[in-house]
Design a protein around this ligand. Structure first.
Ligand code: ATP
Length: 199
């Protein structure tokens, strides 16, 4: 799967709409310290559904919105879109290009979109499951991540191998089914109680 471009607006140090086109092969981002290189990878991580403010190098989600400078007013929202080449149909969507968008307002409201249609965060997570991309994917390797994997407990390491082997989707679906089953069982119990009271 190939990332085609990234569009950023109001995200961290990018107040203006900025489009980054990824060419064929390797793309390197160079620039002086503090110029916003890591903010680009934060944007990729964020648009794919990252919820941990720590992983985004902030303390609250609002920190992703451009805070303003002496010369520029702060922004009211942050928006990032990632265009993915899906000609290989790795993502289960019937289009050659998939655009994922996330928008976050200072009021705390969030929006997620797939191909410009509003979706839930759950849909974004499910879309990327077992692809290596996404919130828990191994395609994004941040600073210290390798050491973290080496030092992680066997359960956590197993999750990484499951994602790489493409089976985490099945574990997720099994957990979802078990959750629904137990809530149905609870409802059934409550119904039995009501029935016995009526009898
Ligand atoms: P280094 O080479 O030192 O790792 P870098 O190029 O990766 O630096 P980043 O860490 O991406 O730089 O960017 C840091 C800059 O982003 C800082 O100047 C910081 O003030 C700015 N920044 C971070 N969040 C915001 C925000 N919400 N609003 C405005 N600027 C922000």
């Amino acid at each position: 799967m190939v990332l085609k471009s990234l569009e950023i607006q109001g995200f961290k140090s990018f107040p203006d709409k900025t489009k980054i086109q990824f060419g064929q092969g390797l793309t390197a981002v160079v620039g002086p310290n503090g110029s916003g290189k890591s903010n680009i990878s934060d944007a990729v991580r964020w648009v794919m559904g990252e919820q941990s403010t720590k992983n985004l190098r902030g303390s609250k989600m609002e920190d992703v919105i451009f805070t303003g400078t002496k010369a520029r007013r702060s922004q009211g929202f942050a928006e990032v879109s990632l265009v993915i080449d899906n000609s290989g149909k790795t993502l289960e969507i019937d289009s050659d290009e998939v655009v994922i968008t996330r928008k976050y307002y200072r009021s705390g409201e969030s929006e997620y979109m797939i191909n410009r249609t509003n979706v839930r965060l759950k849909d974004i997570n499910e879309l990327f499951m077992d692809t290596g991309l996404g919130r828990d994917g191994y395609a994004m390797v941040g600073q210290g991540r390798i050491a973290e994997i080496v030092q992680s407990k066997s359960d956590e390491r197993r999750e990484i191998f499951e994602e790489a082997a493409g089976i985490s989707k099945y574990r997720y679906r099994k957990n979802e089914a078990e959750r629904k089953l137990s809530s149905a069982e609870e409802n059934l119990l409550r119904l039995m109680d009501i029935l016995s009271e009526l009898e």
